[in-house]
Design a binder for this molecule. Sequence first.
Ligand code: SF4
Length: 379
Amino acid sequence: MVESLYVHIPFCRQICPYCAFASVRDKHQDHDRYVSALCQEIRSSRYLINSDPLNTVFFGGGTPTQLNSANLAKILDTLNELCGIAPDAEITIEANPGSVDRKKMLSLLDLGFNRLSIGIQSFDTETLRKLGRSHTVNDAIDVFLVARDCGFKNINIDLMFSIPGVPEQVWQDSIRKGMELEPDHISTYGLIFEEGTPFAALRNSGRLIEVDEDQDAHQYEWIRREANRVGYVHYEVSNFSKPGYICRHNSVYWADKPYIGVGLSSHSYYYPKRWWNTRNLKIYVDKIEQDADVTEGEEELSNHTALRDRFWLGLRTHQGVRLTSREELILYRDTRFKDIEAMGRWEIINGFLRISPESFVLADSLAIEATEILEYELF
Ligand code: SF4
């Protein structure tokens, strides 16, 4: 049964030069049409019709708060009519500084959003300029304080590290300023140069030099320690929360549970299938209006892929990945497993394989190790 829904809203005030998400420059005139198409996609989802009420709903993008309240209400009303949203559901909306004033903030709460995720990225003016962000440091602080004042009790802020040319003292001060606001949740990401973005073009032509691996690991480790020091739980490779504030929606992904995505480029998973929508806004809207399928691709997971995905996702979290009794037995018998266990990098507790937060930086390679050991005997 599907309990979680992702809703993609692609509009952004301007496009950041490192962004590889399905985002389009907001020209306002597209909103009503896009939302009508989105609602039609929701109504035609066989996974949502007659499903239990949703436990998590996540409006991401893009910048979902570019939509007016009437359009946001239309999407939520459609969900409520179709399958319902549980009374204690986590309902998140992403926002960017400068895109939400007090009136809009109150309206978001009124609509039922109870978790706000703010794309701040940095509390340093020069760094925001380097990143091509359209907001200022004051916008970032203002939107956070207004959200708190209006009544948001669950706020995430996104902060970026490994940004070329930013001195150590500057990025450390930026992260500290973020923590001083005491958000309930912090997501931190090293800047990635995704092919096809202006930043990747600058890197490829030698005009922008990526932060090297050692520096990246150093910055990550510093943030991890600092977050722990001020009381955050490092519960997933890139995520920290105050106790009780882990992101329930993203935890569904990491636990390898089913979820449905609607909107441009959204991804869905219902074992044994993954599928995803077109990234082209015109095609998305046109096709829905013609009652055509907007799926761009799908894949049926082989046993190998399903196992690898389960470990790759699960080992990113402090809870770890649930093992079958056979998997547990295979791992315990294996010398490679024991060597890594002796190094303190992972352990099996109550049927879960979990890695220590100090080893989160190695999560991907440890997932490969575990699946290689298991695949040899299982398949
Ligand atoms: S605001 Fe976010 S989604 Fe929009 S362009 Fe910038 S990084 Fe991409």
